[in-house]
Design a protein around this ligand. Sequence first.
Ligand SMILES: [Zn+2]
Length: 96
Amino acid sequence: MTCLFKKLMRVECKVKFKFLGKFVGMAEYATHKIEIDLTGNDNIAKTFLHELIHLLHPKWEENRVLAEENKLWPRLTHKQVYRVYRKLYKDALRVK
Ligand SMILES: [Zn+2]
């Protein structure tokens, strides 16, 4: 679990906050670009974690990604959640 978390925190990506409508998040494998919709989403850090799992494991199907996300998220410590937010905004600031 901690191992997966460490790997996720090392995934290089660029984050763009964008209205998507149908989805709360999207990950583009080729460019490692993540888009996150800030509307209608009560946990953007968890969505970010989900998209990072997609980038780390491009072959995993949606159900597997969801299962790993839902297993990992409740087990994160306060400090780890903080790190997710810090990475989210750091990766978003790199995008113009
Ligand atoms: Zn997904």
